[in-house]
Design a protein around this ligand. Structure first.
Ligand SMILES: *Cc1c(COP(=O)(O)O)cnc(C)c1O
Length: 391
């Protein structure tokens, strides 16, 4: 044996995950998370932005994919800096990554400074009130590691230009604070032609010049695709690590991480004129074969559909349109003419090779981010890791 490691392509790994006999017969749906693809995505982005550091945003339970598996996998890939939203998420992340640098993007809610100090979570502070609380929470000798969030035009969180000027004029506002990072967030980074990107970057530089020198960060998944000028010392992608392709100016060098399949519970014939589902909103134009699958809005498949676009589910690679309303636990799909004839118990693809997360997002009138973070806690999760064989 030559001893080279051959990694099957991600599609093959995903297919194998579904054959896996560890999937319980009673599971109505399967979410397969390819941790090998996740690790390789992080490495690809780290390479793209080097010498800037590539952190990982793992808020909202790693975008719904399971922080308990995602954080250790990213650590093994080499990631040393993580961003979560809240102190509670930070405490969970700390247990998984004892030596990592962890930032909390939501900053501190009133009176919560101890939660950050206790777990060594660095709050991202974005208002004078938060700075005041952080300074007041210090017991004299120790320093409080913090990040400063400056608002360069999103008007969400972050110090305004006037706040930054105030901090510049009154240095005691930062007394005892150890500023690890100054960050800002872009409003339109998915669109490389948008003038707001460069405008925000200029405001960011202007604000940084008024603050003590520190590492800087403005780019998330899309911002890092805008070029070197946006990388600064650190980039903080989330969505792209999970295979997301939100950037409109080209392909982000990442591969899919997630697939979602649900089981067919029942296949029935509906006569021409028969209706399907609540509100009788769909009626069969011809004798139809309808498969009922075990996924609904409680599983994160949005009930809202856009009238213009059919939403498809894939049955052995064949597109089957969703018909009628999505209900809490069930969806009906039209499988008339699909061969081989789908059977009760078969797994059909909601997200995967044929249906990228973006497509389901667009067809549901939303974005891939919302699809990801809403995926069912009810579905069986299977993680693909070290799917390498020696050849
Ligand atoms: C969520 C978030 C990110 C990550 O954004 P992605 O688009 O998922 O890469 C980065 N920075 C801030 C401030 C965020 O809120």
């Amino acid at each position: 044996m030559a001893g080279t490691i051959v990694r099957p392509p991600s599609e093959k790994r995903a297919a194998k995950a579904l054959e896996d006999d560890r999937i319980p017969a009673s599971a109505t749906g399967v979410i397969a998370v390819d941790l090998d693809a996740l690790a390789s995505n992080w490495r690809a982005l780290a390479k793209l932005v080097s010498p800037a550091e590539c952190a990982a945003v793992v808020k909202a339970n790693a975008y719904g994919l399971g922080a308990a598996r995602v954080i250790p996998a990213l650590r093994r890939a080499g990631c040393r800096t993580f961003f979560i939203a809240t102190a509670d998420e930070g405490a969970a992340a700390r247990a998984l990554a004892p030596d990592a640098t962890i930032y909390a993007l939501d900053g501190m809610t009133p009176g919560s400074a101890d939660a950050f100090l206790n777990f060594k979570i660095i709050p991202v502070l974005g208002s004078i009130a938060e700075l005041r609380e952080a300074v007041a929470s210090l017991s004299g000798q120790s320093a409080f590691p913090v990040a400063l969030h400056v608002d360069s035009g999103l008007n969400r969180l972050g110090l305004s230009l006037a706040d930054v000027q105030d901090v510049n004029a009154v240095p005691s506002r930062l007394k005892g604070l150890d500023i690890k990072l100054v960050l800002s967030h872009l409003a339109c980074a998915d669109d490389p032609t948008h003038p707001k990107n460069e405008a925000q970057r200029k405001v960011f530089d202007q604000m940084r010049a008024l603050l003590p020198a520190a590492r800087a960060s403005i780019a998330a998944s899309d911002g890092l695709m805008l070029g070197r000028a946006y990388h600064y010392g650190l980039v903080r992608p989330g969505y792209a690590l999970y295979g997301g392709q939100a950037f409109q100016g080209g392909r982000t060098p990442v591969e899919p991480v997630v697939s979602v399949h649900a089981r067919i519970l029942h296949v029935r014939d509906v006569a021409a004129g028969g209706t399907v589902g609540y509100g009788a909103t769909w009626s069969a134009a011809r004798a139809s074969r309808i498969a009922i699958i075990a996924a609904g809005y409680a599983d994160g498949i949005p009930r809202a559909a856009t009238a213009q676009l059919p939403r498809n589910v894939y049955v052995n690679g064949a597109a089957a349109p969703v018909v009628g309303r999505v209900s809490m636990d069930l969806i009906a799909i039209d499988v008339t003419g699909v061969t081989p004839v789908p059977q009760r118990g078969d797994l059909v693809e909601l997200v995967g090779k044929h249906n990228p997360i973006e497509t389901l997002g667009v067809q549901s009138g939303t974005i891939g981010y919302e699809i990801l973070t809403s995926l069912s806690p009810r579905f069986h999760r299977t993680y693909i890791e070290n799917a390498a064989h020696h050849g």
